[in-house]
Design a protein around this ligand. Structure first.
Ligand SMILES: C[S@@+](CC[C@H](N)C(=O)[O-])C[C@H]1O[C@@H](n2cnc3c(N)ncnc32)[C@H](O)[C@@H]1O
Length: 278
């Protein structure tokens, strides 16, 4: 086998040169597998998924699209496409592309995702009011990683999940309750940063202190932190509803889904039109 073919086979996402300007995907194979595992819990015809934070469309957007593309699914991608203020390389991208919605659109077209993906170019808190409560089967949160953004995003989207559905997110790479008290005291003033670098205390070398604290607080320490169970992922998850709700959804039951309507006959929000192909 040629080296390039072998590289492509080993790389879950394929060769980065296939992506617009060679921008590499920002989630790894372990996270992709975890997303698929969580999607499988709620997978069904006409299901409705949404993510906050789609970046250039070749990471979580691609994984979710490819996994639900044969289900007549609805998949909203919410992003300002202006980058997070606390991530310097996002701001470099912003200078280069202004909005990178077009880069996202070109990448989504590269894997024929445009029939499923419904972009919403707006802040997360603006998008969430467009959706009725209990209208979504699956939400993935991966926007700004500062504490107040993560907390706000989880609280905004949690009521939108159907009982037994899945809310999950990225970059919960430590357990707040398990942090060394000195590390917690030192990292707490920096939770609005994208991540925190440990200055030598026992525990993780670097971690997303804002995500870790917000997930801990909102779910009172009861969210599933998959890094504890699987190691190779930083995805967290929670399933609202009763045990019966979860069982019903997992065996294919639950409120009937519709590709045209969300709940109570209400039409899905109108997506932002796709920009012209470059
Ligand atoms: C970490 S990246 C997302 C990575 C993406 N999930 C992937 O797998 O490639 C974070 C994204 O969140 C977006 N973002 C930041 N703050 C936001 C907000 N308040 N509302 C919507 N999107 C936001 C940024 O523009 C950026 O594209």
């Amino acid at each position: 086998m040629k080296l390039s073919a072998l590289r492509k086979k080993l790389n879950f996402f394929g060769d980065s040169s296939e992506w617009k300007d060679g921008i590499t995907p920002s989630i790894g194979g372990g996270d992709a597998k975890m997303l698929i595992r969580l999607l499988n819990k709620v997978k069904r015809e006409n299901m409705a998924a949404l993510e906050v934070g789609s970046w250039v469309g070749n990471g979580s957007t691609r994984v979710i699209t490819n996994h639900i593309r044969d289900l007549h699914a609805v998949f909203y991608c919410v992003d300002t496409w202006a980058g997070s203020e606390n991530v310097p390389f996002h701001q470099e991208f912003r200078k280069r592309y202004n909005t990178f919605f077009e880069v996202f659109a070109d990448n989504v077209r590269a894997y024929n995702g445009q029939d499923i993906v419904r972009p919403l170019v707006m802040p997360s808190t603006q998008a969430c009011v467009l959706f009725p409560d209990k209208s979504l089967d699956f939400v993935f949160i991966d926007g700004n990683h500062g504490y107040s953004y993560v907390k706000q995003d989880i609280l905004a989207w949690l009521p939108k999940i159907k009982p037994g559905g899945v809310i999950c997110g990225h970059d919960c790479d430590a357990c707040y309750a398990d942090l060394d008290p000195k590390l917690r005291a030192e990292s707490d003033p920096h939770v609005e940063d994208d991540y925190y670098e440990n200055k030598g205390h026992p525990g993780p070398k670097a971690f997303h202190a804002g995500v870790v604290k917000a997930v801990h607080e909102v779910f009172d320490g009861k969210a599933t932190l998959w890094f504890k169970l699987k190691g190779s992922t930083s995805v967290w998850s929670h399933r609202p509803g009763s045990l019966m709700d979860r069982l019903r959804v997992s065996i294919g039951g639950g409120a009937p889904a519709s590709r045209e309507e969300s709940v109570g006959g209400k039409a899905w929000p109108k997506p932002t039109p796709w920009p012209a192909a470059n």
